[in-house]
Design a protein around this ligand. Structure first.
Ligand SMILES: C[S@@+](CC[C@H](N)C(=O)[O-])C[C@H]1O[C@@H](n2cnc3c(N)ncnc32)[C@H](O)[C@@H]1O
Length: 287
C-alpha cells in the first residue's frame, strides 16, 4: 500500500463518516510519524511502501472507534516536546500548554520560586513538570493512576540532574507547598465529553459527585493540614462552564485569588497566592 492509497482510503472514510475533510492534513502529519519521513517527502514520493495492516488499523481506530491517535503511536506532543503515552492516560490538551506558557512568564517576574520544588499536581504523563523542569532543581509529580505514573517514569528519564519524586494521591500529599501547577479533573458529572475523550480515563475528567470540586477539596485539604508555605503560588486550569458556582465556593476559603483568560477569552486559569500581583504583571503574563 502506498502512502497515496492510505490518504485516499482515509479521505473515503472521512466522507463516509461525514467528518471534516481538513483532517486529511492531520492524517498526513500522522503518516510522517508512522513512516518517519517528512510530510514534503511523502507528498513528493507517493510510492513509499509501508504496512497496510498498520495504516488500516490506525484509520479504523481513529475514524470508527474514536481512539485518540496518540495511543496508537504511544506519543503525544506538548509545546516543543514529544512525550510517551499509553492507553488509559489523559492526552494533554492545548489549554494546558497555555497554562505552562503563563507559568514561564510568571517566573521571569518572580524567579525566587525556582529555589523551591515544583509540584505538578495530577500530572498525567508529566507534561507540566517536564516542560518546566529547566527552571527547577526539584520536581514532585502527584498522580493517582498507575499507568500514568509509568508514563511519567519514561518521560523523566532524560532529567538526569534533577531531584524527582513521584507521589500517588493529592489527598495524601504531605509536603509543604510553595509552587504548584495543576490541571486536575474538573468536569461536572453532567457535562458532556467528545467521542475521543470517551476513550480516555474518566477520572481524569470527573471528580466525585456534582457537588464536589477537586480544587476546592484540595485547597481545603492543604489549609487544614497546614501545607501552604508562607509564600506560595498555585495555579490551576479550571472549568469555565461552572465558574459562578465555583467562585462562590472559593470565596468561602480565605485565600487570595486571581483569574486569567485563555486564548479564546474564556476564564480558564486560577491563581491562588500569598503575593499581591500587580495588575500590570497580571496583564503581562496573560494572553
Ligand atoms: C485532566 S488530567 C491532567 C493530566 C496532565 N496534567 C495533563 O494536563 O496532561 C487529570 C489527572 O489527574 C489524575 N488524578 C485524579 N485524581 C487524582 C488524585 N486524587 N491524586 C492525584 N492524581 C489524580 C488523573 O489520573 C489524571 O491523570
Amino acid at each position: 500500500m502506498t502512502n497515496n492509497d492510505v490518504l485516499l482510503f482515509f479521505q473515503k472514510k472521512l466522507e463516509e463518516k461525514k467528518l471534516n475533510q481538513n483532517l486529511s492534513h492531520l492524517f498526513l502529519f500522522l503518516l510522517t510519524k508512522v513512516t518517519n519521513y517528512s510530510d514534503i517527502f511523502l507528498i513528493l514520493n507517493k510510492k513509499i511502501n509501508f504496512s497496510e495492516h498498520k495504516a488500516k488499523k490506525l484509520i479504523k481506530s481513529y475514524c470508527e472507534k474514536n481512539i485518540p491517535y496518540q495511543y496508537f503511536f504511544c506519543k503525544c506532543f506538548f509545546l516543543d516536546k514529544t512525550f510517551y503515552i499509553k492507553k488509559k492516560v489523559f492526552v494533554p490538551r492545548p489549554e494546558t500548554e497555555q497554562l505552562v506558557v503563563i507559568v514561564k512568564k510568571f517566573l521571569t517576574y518572580y524567579p525566587f520560586f525556582k529555589a523551591y520544588p515544583l509540584i505538578d499536581l495530577c500530572s498525567g504523563t508529566g507534561v507540566i513538570g517536564v516542560s518546566l523542569a529547566n527552571f527547577f532543581e526539584e520536581i514532585f509529580f502527584v498522580e493517582k493512576s498507575f499507568v500514568a505514573r509509568k508514563c511519567i517514569k519514561k518521560n523523566i528519564k532524560h532529567l538526569k540532574n534533577k531531584k524527582i519524586k513521584i507521589f500517588c494521591n493529592a489527598f495524601k500529599f504531605k509536603k509543604k507547598i510553595t509552587f504548584l501547577v495543576s490541571n486536575p479533573p474538573y468536569l461536572k458529572k453532567n457535562e458532556d465529553i467528545c467521542n475521543f475523550s470517551k476513550n480516555e480515563p474518566k477520572n481524569a475528567f470527573f471528580y466525585k459527585s456534582h457537588e464536589n470540586d477537586f480544587i476546592i477539596d484540595f485547597l481545603e485539604y492543604a489549609t487544614k493540614n497546614n501545607l501552604l508555605n508562607k509564600k506560595y503560588f498555585l495555579i490551576f486550569e479550571i472549568n469555565f462552564h461552572n465558574l459562578e458556582m465555583f467562585l462562590k465556593k472559593l470565596k468561602n476559603i480565605d485565600l487570595k485569588f486571581y483569574l486569567i483568560k485563555d486564548l479564546e477569552n474564556k476564564t480558564r486559569f486560577l491563581i491562588i497566592t500569598s503575593l499581591n500581583i500587580l495588575p500590570t504583571i497580571l496583564n503581562q503574563i496573560s494572553f
